[in-house]
Design a binder for this molecule. Structure first.
Ligand code: GLN
Length: 237
C-alpha cells in the first residue's frame, strides 16, 4: 500500500487529509525535505502559489520536490498545487515565481478572475465514470483558479471548461489571453494527467465526493506495485 504525503506548508492540506481519511488512508503531513523519503506519493494542495513557493524555498524543499517528481513518484497538484507542478506559469504577477515543474503545460494563474468570480460547475470527466455506470460529472469548485492554456503531447486532458465570456470584457487579460490562444467560445483545460503527475485546477478536497482522491490512491498503489515488481527482477546475489 502506498503512503500518501500532503504538502502542509499552506492552503487546504487539512481538507485533503480529511478526504483521504474518509477513504481509510492516513495522509502524512510534509514540511521538510527529509520527510518526503517516507512517502510514496504526494498531494500539493490549493492555496496561494507564490506564498507556498516562498515557504518551500525557506524550508529548502525545491530540490527534494523536483527529485520526487523526476523519480516518477505520483504527485497530484490541486489549484495552486497545479501551478506549482507546471513547467511554465503566466498571468498577472507571475514574474520570477518559482515552480517545481515536471508537467509539460503552461498554466495561467487566476485565469477565471478574482476571488469574487470564483464559481462551481459540473464537469464531464469520463475518467471518473465507474464501470457500474456511475456518474462521470464532477462538481468542480474553482477559487481564483488557474487554467491550462497549452499542454504538451504527453499530457492527457481529463477535463476542460468553456472560456467565460466576461474574460473578454477585461482588456488586459484579453490581450494576454489572445496571445495564449484562449479564444472566445473556446475551451481551456482544467484537469490533466501526464504519467504519474495529476493536476486539477479546482478543489476536489472541498467536496464530499472522494472520486479524485480514490483515483490518486489507485495511481499511488499501482506505482508502489510497479516499484516492487521491478526490484524483484534484480537477480539475487
Ligand atoms: N490563485 C491562486 C494562485 O495563484 C490559486 C488559488 C487556489 O489554489 N485556490 O496561487
Amino acid at each position: 500500500m502506498a503512503v500518501v504525503g500532503v504538502l502542509a506548508l499552506q492552503g487546504s492540506f487539512n481538507e485533503h487529509i480529511a478526504a483521504l481519511r474518509r477513504l481509510g488512508v492516513k495522509g502524512v503531513e510534509i514540511r521538510k525535505p527529509e520527510q518526503l523519503q517516507s512517502v510514496s506519493s504526494l498531494i500539493i494542495p490549493g492555496g496561494e502559489s507564490t506564498t507556498m513557493a516562498k515557504l518551500a524555498e525557506y524550508h529548502n524543499l525545491f530540490p527534494a520536490l523536483r527529485e520526487f517528481v523526476e523519480m516518477g513518484k505520483p504527485v497530484w497538484g490541486t489549484c495552486a498545487g497545479l501551478i506549482f507542478l507546471a513547467n511554465k506559469a503566466t498571468g498577472q504577477k507571475t514574474g520570477g515565481q518559482k515552480l517545481v515543474g515536471g508537467l509539460d503545460c503552461t498554466v495561467h494563474r487566476n485565469f477565471f478572475g478574482s476571488q469574487i468570480q470564483s464559481f462551481e460547475a459540473d464537469l464531464p470527466v469520463p475518467e471518473l465514470a465507474s464501470k457500474e455506470g456511475g456518474p462521470e460529472t464532477f462538481r468542480g469548485i474553482f477559487i481564483r483558479a488557474p487554467a491550462i492554456l497549452e499542454a504538451g503531447p504527453e499530457v492527457q486532458v481529463l477535463a476542460d471548461y468553456p472560456v467565460p465570456s466576461n474574460k473578454f470584457l477585461d482588456s488586459d487579460s484579453f490581450i494576454e489571453d489572445k496571445k495564449e490562444n484562449a479564444e472566445e467560445g473556446g475551451k481551456v483545460i482544467v484537469a490533466v494527467r501526464q504519467g504519474n503527475i495529476l493536476g486539477t485546477a479546482f478543489h476536489p478536497e472541498l467536496t464530499a465526493d472522494t472520486r479524485w482522491h480514490s483515483y490518486f490512491i489507485k495511481m499511488s498503489n499501482a506505482n508502489v506495485g510497479e516499484e516492487a515488481s521491478s526490484s524483484s527482477l534484480v537477480p539475487a546475489e
